[in-house]
Design a protein around this ligand. Sequence first.
Ligand code: S3P
Length: 433
Amino acid sequence: MNDVLVVEPGAALRGRVQVPGDKSISHRALLFNAFAEGRAKVTGLLDADDVRSTASCLRALGAEISDGGGEVVGVAGRFAEPQDVLDCGNSGTTMRLLTGLLAGQPLHAVLTGDATLRRRPMRRVSAPLRLMGAQIDGRDQGERAPLSIRGQRPLRGLTYDSPVASAQVKTALILAAMQAEGELVFSEPFVSRDHTERLLGAMGVVIHRDGARLVVPGGQVPRAVDVVVPGDISSAAFFLVAASICEGSELVLEGVGLNPTRDGVLEALDAMGADVRRENERVVSGEPVGDLRVRSASLRGVTIGGGLIPRLIDELPVLAVAAAFAEGETIIRDAQELRVKESDRVATTVGLLRAFGVEAEERPDGLRVVGRGRAGLNAASVATQGDHRVGMAAAVLALALPAGLGPSTVHSADCIRTSFPSFPDLLERLRAR
Ligand code: S3P
């Protein structure tokens, strides 16, 4: 991918497109099957840097994973001690989920990642895993990678009320709990994405669920299972917003995952007055899937907060772009978690909006965006700050500018490869000629 993305304004988007495989489910299909007993076929796996990081770590731990990632042979609950440091690249999901999985293995492993990942908080997983008996250390008392893990067998059970609604924390603890003596009783403030519960359930792992509380008995090894990965709603979101704000657009996004713990972006866009319809809804590999038909519409500002936040956390940068083209003010609150993503997304999103002439301000737990349609906006030259979603949000904003404004540039765009390598090509292909 070119490191500089040049986006010409004033396009309508038209056509049908299949967005790439869901990143969260792709990671889980590899991690859980690699740990499981048996072999599995994974169809529609996301081919992007983050998932490649997961595959290469799992190979170093003794699992067999084919080149494209589609065939996995599991280790039946026993990883091999890795010969070298495991590199999780830019992927927080890889690091946090592996930490939980390795906490119960009798081996020593060191997990590291790129400069961005080494800045991100890890105590949210290392602290509860230590309470289960694992020895986990890292810079800043286990807060930052590189993390050193000396797994213990068996781990102890744990009752844990997580202060954050985080599927990564929840999953790390479930993976450790499967290897414990005793049970995990876990709760979180709001239900975070539940792909782990669905997939492990299909693999024969018992997880009792009651809203945002779950109980996992110890001593369980999953059975490998084939997975068909749906399209990623977090990638679809860039096109949902782009088509909504670029006049004259109509797109059909095919086979998108519509898990109710992930579909907050549809609820937010609906409240803003967007025209998005669900079609052809079905269930694939235990996950709700459907096509999304989106037509351009005039949007209005809204307030987004509370239990909706975990259901659309990764879509907030591009929803802020939608807010810039809406009529009236949009407030995003209860979203402190944005500050510890691939960048401080409160700061980077506000920075990006302002570069294009949008009135926006940071709040401790979110942001405020003043929408004035297209009035007063300008083309801009912005940098991704190493954050794939900030880069794609910038490209969507640039595309929706009035035709006369000239091109905008997004620098250090190669980070888009972590989740959506084909994004720039798709954007070009869908432009109505
Ligand atoms: C993910 C969970 C979310 C999300 C991330 C992927 C997952 O993070 O932002 O992109 O696959 O479990 P948190 O668990 O930190 O909320």
